[in-house]
Ligand binder design. Structure first.
Ligand code: FES
Length: 374
């Protein structure tokens, strides 16, 4: 779409020096950048956030997002990156940049974050698929460092044993924090002599994890380990997130405590829509985003507003797509929507006309929203 705001204008970029580059598995690698003193405040980040790298590949400029694997207290900023296929631009990123070179890196962003609670006794579980481990690794390092009472469980799925990014680092952390960090690896394409650890991380596997691994809580005879789960972090591909988030929800974890980060474009709903609405067709939508005015038509209201705008390739901000993170917050200036779920906006904000595009079903023929009035 030719009139989209170029991605470079949506973020502030700085040249950072590559301090370390390491091949992790056959198709993943890590990059570590030095943060000079004068840029420390710009590159202050929270666990779970990401940066955009701007780099050339085959005559084109690429803007790709990568989550930090480093924790905020660490000196350098580290990323984990996957080479999806032979012709991926990330392959050039790996081969063309050497230690000492400078790369354009955006300031950190993202809402896959958690409030730190150093004084509480918490149980947090993480589900990661492949390179989806990156933000969860940052979270876990951060929690182990800042929350002495919190215990962590990681369920990490990969295809084979020799294709597990960051395994050494994770195993070292688990060894160092034996009493409160437990990791279980799952393999979808390799027999490892234990059926429980074979296969994908999905709804069925969550049931097995609850019944086989999270039954007994040594610190509390009255309840199970699963009962004590406070927060769930999930990161990977859309289908995996959908399956795991729904499983956790059906097993009693409130949606507001299930946090996820999608590592691919995914336009399906994470949680199924339960309510039926009167069908609207040919809906005229006007919206303002990053100082630009757009006009478009939605075929109907079967899908939510955010989903439809993303399908039409508008750069609308989002993260959870479930009414939890607030990334898609906007102001309804004209028309009507039904907000299906909202764990983010206060009643006062809703009254002031704020809505979440990811949870909004359009109920009028004309709609005007503003993403810039936040
Ligand atoms: S994308 Fe998170 S609330 Fe809409």
């Amino acid at each position: 779409m030719e009139n989209l705001l170029p991605k470079e204008k949506q973020a502030e970029f700085h040249l950072l020096k590559l301090a370390k580059k390491q091949e992790l598995t056959k198709n993943t690698f890590s990059l570590e950048f030095e943060i000079p003193k004068n840029l420390k405040s710009q590159f202050k980040f929270e666990a779970g956030q990401y940066v955009t790298l701007k780099y050339p590949s085959k005559g084109e400029m690429y803007y790709n997002d990568f989550s930090m694997t480093s924790a905020p207290f660490e000196k350098n900023l580290s990323l984990g990156i996957k080479i999806n296929q032979e012709e991926s631009s990330t392959k050039d990123l790996f081969h063309d940049f050497e230690i000492g070179d400078f790369v354009e890196v955006s300031t950190p962003k993202g809402r896959f974050t958690l409030v730190s609670k150093p004084d509480e006794f918490r149980t947090i579980i993480g589900f990661a698929g492949g390179i989806g481990i990156t933000p969860i690794l940052s979270h876990f390092k951060n929690i182990l460092h800042h929350e002495p009472r919190t215990r962590l469980f990681l369920f990490y799925g990969n295809k084979t044993r020799d294709g597990v990014p960051f395994k050494k680092e994770i195993d070292e952390l688990a060894e160092q924090h034996k009493s409160r960090f437990h990791v279980h690896y799952f393999y979808s394409r390799e027999k490892v002599g234990n059926a429980f650890l074979e296969g994908r991380l999905d709804e069925k596997k969550v049931g097995l994890i609850i019944n086989q691994l999270m039954m007994i809580d040594d610190t509390d005879e009255e309840s199970t380990l699963w009962d004590s789960v406070d927060e769930v972090l999930i990161c990977g591909k859309g289908e995996m997130i959908k399956s795991l988030a729904n499983a956790c929800f059906h097993h009693g974890i409130p949606k507001k405590n299930i946090h996820f980060e999608l590592f691919e474009e995914y336009n399906d709903d994470i949680y199924p829509q339960e309510k039926e609405f009167p069908m609207m067709e040919d809906i005229e939508v006007e919206f303002k985003l990053f100082d630009k005015e757009y006009k478009t038509t939605l075929k109907n209201n079967k899908m939510r507003l955010l989903q439809q705008l993303l399908i039409q390739k508008y750069p609308v901000p989002y993260s959870c797509k479930s009414g939890i993170c607030g990334s898609c917050e906007c102001v309804l200036e004209e028309g009507e929507v039904e907000l299906l779920e909202n764990e983010y906006l206060t009643q006062k904000e809703e009254k002031a006309g704020k809505i979440l595009a990811c949870m909004s079903v359009v109920l009028s023929k004309k709609l005007k929203v503003n993403f810039d009035l936040i």
